[in-house]
Design a protein around this ligand. Sequence first.
Ligand code: UDP
Length: 314
Amino acid sequence: MKKKQPTSVVTGAAGFLGSHLADLLLARGHKVIGIDNFVTGSVDNISHLGGSPNFKFIEQDVTEFIFLDAPVHYVWHFASPASPIDYLELPIQTLKVGSLGTHKALGVAKIKDARFLLASTSEIYGDPLVHPQTEDYWGNVNTLGPRGCYDEAKRFAEALTMAYHREHKVETRIVRIFNTYGPRMRLNDGRVVPAFISQALKNKPVTVFGEGKQTRSFCYVSDLIEGIYRLMMSGYDLPVNIGNPTELTMLQFAGQIIRATGSRSKIVFKPLPQDDPKQRRPDITRARKILKWEPKVPLADGLTQTIKYFKTKV
Ligand code: UDP
């Protein structure tokens, strides 16, 4: 007998990660119902799916009740502002989508008897005192600082996900996403990858915050989405870090972007934003063991693809 075509709901489907996830699900034979209210997402990220008979789009704020009359097998909850300047500008929407939006998305999974995956974040570790970050580290978050709205919303979302798992027996997955980059990032979202690349492409000063000693580890989007897909399909219900463990300082990163773009830009130093994590690198032992996953795309190759995309946008 032919296997039934699964239906996936993706909240935040017009966002950077949500749209890449929708592409992968469609390629793997899912029907996809995308939901987005375009607060930070863009129609450009999904316009290529317009003609697909397997893609349906609903423009909606997921903090409102989500009504779907079709059967649903998987719910992927990706809706949220996700860059520091976005959640600085939208602190209440960020808290609402992490709390009320997660509640509505879990409600869909519960009523449809669907499996649920929460897009959580390395931000739940705050400015981490354990390095690299393992999933059993509880984090170091300033609830009152400018990043608190995002960090605490995601921490609440994890707690609510576990509550639905324990109380309502919903099958749940939690991915903690580390810094990710690739085509479809918003040019002006303030994150370091679009900021440095657009500055370098325009031969404008590249703005390194602080002394540039803080570290991050960047995962190319195709690697990340593959890891997340494997997690949903696995039988594992505790959080899993997905990210690339290659760590570098922001000063090194600025130099690499200038070289990769062949730019004449100089580096300038700007004040370090409050509560900017000093170091971040995922420990991916769990993902390697349980999902047989690790990133494959080297930074230089991922940057080539990303720079190509930004050249069409600058
Ligand atoms: N950053 C920078 N210059 C910029 C934008 C960001 O030096 O123009 C730094 C920022 O201070 C942080 C790192 O780059 O240490 C990554 O910032 P991003 O906003 O991409 O995300 P975060 O990892 O902090 O959530």
